[in-house]
Design a protein around this ligand. Structure first.
Ligand code: AGP
Length: 614
């Protein structure tokens, strides 16, 4: 969602802020702005609707020249994506300026009160009340830092805020409430940085500290002072950032999404590596938080996440049942959190979130914590909120994912979930040494098989050319590849804006079949597994109704050649590993369809990389 940057030091702030914002563009946004205090203490605010390039263009030759400032990319919640609604927002007298991520749930009540006091509002946003509230509190005699702290106590909901005040331009004050995204402090030489995400900081420093919910920080060019929003001092030392800048470059690829698809043989290898041994075969999860007795008392696993991470959960249900031997269910986090689910200390809740900051997943985890359930999270970002909330984390370990459409994090999280299930199975006695060897050998084949799938990369450009003019797609799959069909449809929607639905193939006759026509291609996952014959029948049913079928099949099995309109041939893959491999061609198809339609692949409209509001 919104991206935040802040700078204070002895260099010109504007170029640093704009560069930082450009490194957060991947998060998804619809307008951008910066505020800089110029010498003579004037506050300059520059904003623009649309892409960051519009803002940069508007400032050519006229960039503000101060040495401290804040910047923001906005993902609209309250009020459209206009220049007026873009951040930063100021108070009535342009003394206080803020950038904000999250939703001020009591903003209407606060706004009415502030308007009655004489504050003049200019935008439709909830965020603007924050600046006015700080102004109001300073008017009652509070120094700036205290006004920020009191504001944090009066606004409701999850937020991350950075504030600046023209009277003290060398100080930025930030706070974090709940889980609306993070605030990271970057330590430089005689300069300090603030950002919602690491990529904005990494060109400048690798020494960072993270704000936890309920914490605030005041930074000047020399130091950062942490407190709780209740006022208690907190000691925090900078630590080494978990990513490096090289890892987030495009490496010569046209888009991050393509780079991240293509690097999956390596990233899946990384997700597995270090956690398995082969002589003898074993899974090693050294930081696993539960004792063998606690693992054995688990009688149910609830897998939860959103979007692509929910699809990972749907696949992992097979892992938990078939490998670990534990009944497993899946639940969309936004539903789980409000359903008063029946969970207890014998339930293991496994949450999946590549970012570790998804508001709904965090809400579901809070609900699980209240009921005393055991919690493991699967996450790609060290230090993120889910990793602090769960009892233990299995890191995905695939390096930063910048494309908004998740690709390598899915295959990495599937590998992590497979390892988790294998570990649970070992402890619970469902995985003996022979099975362990088989399971790990199967998983170890995934990087090679993904590599083989990627060898056909060129073919997807041609397929996309053939299919890009259709407006609706149906994706069908069965068994463990049913969630892959759903993920294929999600990828296509996200990056090419083509309407697509993923269904269990068996469900087709119960409604979706009414949609079948020559104008709605069906992408059918038909690998040679125990469900192949049923899938083949479903494909025949589509063809019998004049439908067009693009079938994903196992290499060397050509009996669909005369039936389907197009074939994507995949290497033969062990059943439980097959989703990790079969999703790759669907990612490539979505990518090339988006290119064919001229879409902004890495920053699709309306989407955000980290969804920090409900
Ligand atoms: C994936 O392509 C999407 N951008 C989205 O569905 C995403 O998977 C979802 O928002 C969950 O994110 P998380 O893994 O960071 O929790």
């Amino acid at each position: 969602m919104c991206g935040i940057v802040g700078y204070v030091g002895d260099r010109l702030a504007a170029p640093i802020l704009l560069d930082g914002l450009s490194r957060l563009e991947y998060r998804g946004y619809d307008s951008a702005g910066i505020a800089v205090v110029e010498s003579g203490k004037a506050l300059t605010v520059r904003k623009a609707s649309g892409k960051l390039s519009v803002l940069v263009e508007s400032m050519k030759g006229a960039a503000p020249t101060g040495f401290s400032g804040i910047g923001h990319t906005r993902w609209a919640t309250h009020g459209g994506p206009t220049e007026v609604n873009a951040h930063p927002h100021t108070d009535s007298n342009k003394n206080v300026v803020i950038v904000h991520n999250g939703i001020v749930e009591n903003y209407l009540e606060l706004k009415e009160r502030l308007q009655a006091e004489g504050h003049r509002f200019t935008s439709e946003t909830d965020s603007e009340v924050i600046a006015h509230l700080m102004e109001s509190l300073m008017g009652r005699g509070l120094v700036f830092e205290e006004a920020v702290r009191m504001t944090a106590q009066r606004i409701q909901g999850a937020q991350a805020v950075v504030a600046m005040n023209v009277q003290e331009p060398g100080t930025l004050v930030a706070f974090r409430l709940g889980n609306a995204g993070g605030i990271t402090v970057g330590y430089g030489q005689r300069e300090m940085f603030l950002a919602s995400d690491l990529p904005a900081l990494l060109p400048h420093t690798s020494q960072v500290a993270f704000l936890a919910p309920g914490e605030m920080v005041s930074v000047d060019a020399r130091e950062a002072r942490f407190r709780s929003v209740q006022g208690a001092p907190i000691h925090k030392s900078p630590q080494a950032a978990p990513y490096d800048a090289v890892a987030i470059a495009k490496d010569g690829y046209r888009h991050f999404m393509l780079k991240e698809i293509m690097e999956q043989p390596g990233t899946v290898h990384r997700a597995i590596g270090g956690r398995v041994s082969f002589e003898p075969a074993d899974v090693l999860l050294p930081d696993f938080p539960f004792t063998p007795a606690q693992v054995r008392e688990v009688n149910r696993i609830v897998l939860t996440g959103m979007g692509t991470s929910l699809h990972a959960c749907m696949v992992a249900r097979y892992y938990m049942e078939q490998i670990a031997g534990v009944p497993a269910e899946i639940d969309n986090s936004s539903e789980l959190r409000y359903r008063n689910p029946i969970l207890d200390s014998r339930t293991l809740v496994v949450s999946v979130s590549q970012s570790g900051e998804t508001a709904d997943t965090l809400g579901a985890m809070e609900e699980a914590a209240r009921s005393g359930a055991k919690q493991i999270t699967i996450c790609n970002v060290e230090g993120s909120q889910t990793t602090r909330m769960a009892h233990g984390t299995v890191f995905i370990g695939v390096g930063p994912e910048i494309g908004v459409a998740s690709t390598k994090c899915l295959t990495g999280s599937l590998a992590a979930l497979y390892l988790l299930a294998t570990y649970l199975g070992k402890v619970r006695g469902t995985v003996d040494q022979a099975r362990m060897t088989g399971l790990l050998n199967d998983l170890a084949s995934a990087p090679r098989l993904i590599g083989q799938a990627l060898e056909q990369r060129e073919a997807f450009g041609r397929l996309a050319h053939e299919y890009a003019d259709y407006y609706n797609f149906l994706y069908l799959g069965r068994g463990i590849n049913m969630p892959v069909a759903m993920e294929g449809a999600l990828k296509l929607k996200e990056v090419s804006y083509i309407h697509a639905e993923g269904y269990p193939a068996g469900e087709m006759k119960h409604g979706p079949i009414a949609l079948i026509s020559k104008d709605m291609p069906v992408v059918a996952l038909a690998p040679r597994d125990h469900l192949y014959d049923k899938m083949r029948s479903n494909i025949q049913e589509v063809k019998a109704r004049g439908g067009k079928v693009l079938a994903l099949v196992t290499q060397g099995h050509h009996d669909l050649a005369g039936v389907a309109d197009g074939l994507i041939e995949m290497p033969s893959t062990p059943y439980l590993v097959s989703p990790i491999v079969n999703v790759v061609p669907l990612q490539l198809l979505a990518y090339h369809m988006a290119l064919e339609r001229g879409c902004d692949v890495d920053q699709p409209r309306n989407l955000a990389k980290t969804v920090t509001v409900e």
